[in-house]
Design a protein around this ligand. Structure first.
Ligand code: PEP
Length: 282
């Protein structure tokens, strides 16, 4: 990844929260979920890399099953694609059958890890309490966490979106050391838009993401809360992003990229979303 963290020059550029002048390089991350054997992953990456050859200003990541990590790290070396896991345990080691730790991921050159995806929260009981430990554990191991937050349809309809986002941001980032906040990527994923084909309107996405950025500037909500740091944190939108809707979403001032599920499974559509992210910068 060419610029996952802002360079010194870019950091000096940091303006008000939401300003692209803050040097936030857009990130388009594909979340494969439980799809692709190692052989399928190899064939995918051979299809993807040539399609990204002209990409210059967008970071690209694939978030793959554990069994694909090592092969994808090897196959993407020297490219602009970084490899992320989809989960990890908060402890570095221990009697936790079936789990994987942050040092295990970083030792094999995995770049980062998705944490708090709504499927893990809803189907596997991932709690904000565990996430409060996972985020700093990932950072301590040198991994870039992509922390997912978002409201259910019921919460949105009940006017509870901001309360839910505030709660998740407050709890999940509570133990992040001052100075580390800008290494965290946040993905705003309204749960009602994940895998449903329903996409947030540009207004809904911009409003929620600007709200999250405002939370990050508030010292009582985010550790090291500070407008300058908040302006450097990348916040992605996720939820039914497709080549057809990507450019409009990614052109929004506070939206720094996308976490893409279904449309990341084919190299053609994923590369088209990366291309849309580059166009949105124009
Ligand atoms: C996701 O899995 O994080 C996601 C956003 O999925 P989809 O793009 O399929 O809605």
């Amino acid at each position: 990844m060419s610029a996952s963290e802002p360079s010194a020059a870019e950091s000096e550029d940091a303006g008000h929260p939401g300003a692209r002048g803050a040097g936030r390089t857009p990130l388009v991350a594909g979340n494969w979920k439980m799809y692709k054997t190692e052989a399928q992953a190899e064939s995918y990456i051979q299809g993807l890399l040539p399609r990204l050859s002209s990409v210059e200003r967008v970071d690209v990541a694939i978030c793959v099953p554990f069994t694909d990590l090592r092969a994808m790290v090897d196959s993407t070396r020297g490219s602009r694609v970084e490899v992320f896991a989809q989960n990890m345990h908060e402890e570095a080691e221990g009697a936790f059958t079936g789990e994987i730790s942050a040092p295990m991921l970083s030792e094999i050159d995995v770049y980062g890890v998705v944490l708090g995806h709504s499927e893990r929260r809803a189907l596997f009981g991932e709690t904000d309490r565990a996430l409060a430990q996972k985020v700093p554990a990932a950072l301590a191991a040198g991994l870039t966490p992509i922390l997912c937050v978002g409201e259910t349809e019921e919460e949105r309809d009940g006017g509870d979106t901001e309360r839910k986002l505030r709660h998740q941001v407050h709890e999940d980032l509570a133990a992040v050391a001052p100075g580390d906040l800008q290494r965290v990527v946040i993905a705003y994923e309204p749960i009602w838009a994940i895998g449903t084909g329903r996409v947030a309107t540009p207004e809904q996405a911009q409003e929620a993401i600007a709200f999250i950025r405002a939370l990050l500037s508030d010292r009582s909500v985010a550790p090291a809360g500070d407008p300058e740091i908040a302006a450097r944190v990348r916040i992605l939108y996720g939820g039914s992003v497709k080549p057809e809707n990507a450019q409009e979403l990614l052109a929004l001032p506070d939206v720094d990229g996308a976490l893409v599920g279904g449309a990341s499974l084919a190299p053609e559509s994923f590369a088209a979303i990366v291309a849309a992210a580059e166009k949105a910068l124009a």
